[in-house]
Design a protein around this ligand. Sequence first.
Ligand code: DGY
Length: 311
Amino acid sequence: MAHVFVSRGLAGDALDRLTEAGHDVDLWTGNLPPHPTELRDHVAAAHGLLTTLTERVDEQLLDAAPQLQVIANYAVGFDNIDIAAAEARGVAVGVTPDVLTDATADLTFALLLAAARRLPEAAAAVTEGRWRSFETQAWLGADVTGQTIAIVGGAGRIGGAVARRARGFSMTTIIVGRNDNLHEALAQADFVSLHAPLTPATHHLIDDAALHAVKRGAILVNTGRGGLVDQVALARALHDGRLAAAALDVTDPEPLPVDDPLLAAPNVLVLPHIGSATHTTRAKMAHLTVDNLLAGLDGRPLPHPAAASKK
Ligand code: DGY
């Protein structure tokens, strides 16, 4: 019997498969994620660890978990985990690819459309009693159909799915991979959508220089990772009108404090990281996570190893 620490309750019945397999499950039931010191205490006896992207798995945590065999991240991204440090200790790391691709690409388009057509402002006008008649000049937004979108991070799983949706809107897509000229693409795009994994090389990829390269009036959408964007520079670009809007499902930090200056910038729409938040997607993610845990605890190769994964 192995001991598994599960840092968050999951929807559905996937976690039952751990107990059915005879493992002992220590389920964190707090409303908020475990504090790093609580996490360290709970991993001390763990052979398996289920994390979400809010748990930082670094050398210190790994050193506190001498028996750990497998970490199953309930996400396709794994920038919260020091993969090299885990590998050095023989700890396998698994993720949840594919099952969240469509949900995240759908949300990317929801954000793009909401920002382009100013849905939050228009809806607020209704609930706040400011809708007095058919308005000929209010809430005018940007066209989407036929415009140009830059997909930064390449046409991987989610980037590719966004590109397919963009084609449905007759958009011209510019796929910006690691070796492509980002600033040139930014200068041409009406919409910029971020799908690069967060690594030291992509941290603040969208910095002040990039935000000076964007086409005036472009709209930025980020459903990747908050750390891809320098948020101070982003707030400046919104205040200056260089960007017409930013629609973000991810921020740095998460949660974004309500007094963060970014929230005071014009035309910013921020969601609480809900890219994969559909009933079926989250249930599938839970099963993939448990598949990874069960394999790792049995000493089998993980079905969905982080090393093989690209968002
Ligand atoms: C992921 O899986 O990496 C998403 O950002 C969270 O669902």
